[in-house]
Design a protein around this ligand. Structure first.
Ligand code: ZN
Length: 215
């Protein structure tokens, strides 16, 4: 596949179809930006073809990257180079093939949503990762019934010994990237997180664009 490069603008989402074996890089152009990441199995990749009759059904009730299953099988909170990531059906969907950042990408925190920003006093119209995912999937004719837990690339939410979760700014340098390889035909979706409530998008709380390269 010829390399294809996309800029994911600050506060927006997009989804990319990958065939098994293809790779993609998520590049933190400014070093400060968190990228919520999801992966959904393509209809043809289902263990029981035909179980999901319509394209929309697979996103609403199908198979997707499940952080809960990954944490169980990998026995770790933070995924790193070489890790095989699994779906909610325990099937490999992605491999982490490279990570030039300091890692420790959050696996615990839900995608930001309209409700999160309303709770924070930001009003009902704040851009958010949950709506970005829905829009990105809609562009592929898909409709999620729920928002799976995102793998929050570059997000630093360290867990202290007593169990407290902190929120700190990303540790990435400009140009750091995470490279993923598809282990089945799948749809990868990303949101350049619009969060300006927590310090997750850098000390100035300013969402910025990132690069997605299909290689
Ligand atoms: Zn977000």
């Amino acid at each position: 596949m010829a390399e294809r490069r996309f800029t994911l603008a600050a506060r927006t989402g997009a989804a990319f179809a990958l065939r098994k074996g293809e790779r993609l890089r998520v590049i933190n152009s400014h070093g400060t930006q968190v990228v919520d990441t999801w992966a959904f199995a393509s209809p043809g990749a289902f263990a029981s073809p035909g179980a999901f009759a319509s394209p929309g059904a697979f996103a609403s009730s199908g198979e997707y990257l499940s952080l809960e299953h990954c944490r169980e099988v990998l026995q770790k909170l933070f995924f790193e180079t070489g890790d095989l990531l699994l779906t909610n059906l325990y099937r490999p969907i992605l491999t982490v093939t490279q990570d030039t950042s300091p890692g420790r990408h959050d696996t615990l925190i839900a995608a930001c949503s309209r409700l999160m920003y309303e709770r924070a006093g930001r009003g009902p119209d704040h851009a958010n990762c949950a709506d970005n995912l829905a829009g990105a999937l809609a562009a592929h004719g898909l409709r999620p019934a729920v928002t799976p837990s995102p793998w929050n690339l570059f997000m630093q939410a360290p867990v202290e010994p007593g169990g407290h979760i902190d929120f700190v700014r990303p540790l990435a340098k400009p140009g750091d990237y995470v490279e993923l390889r598809a282990e089945m035909d799948c749809l990868l979706a990303f949101s350049a997180c619009p969060d300006d409530v927590y310090p997750t998008n850098g000390g100035d709380g300013t969402p910025r664009d990132v690069e997605i390269h299909l290689i």
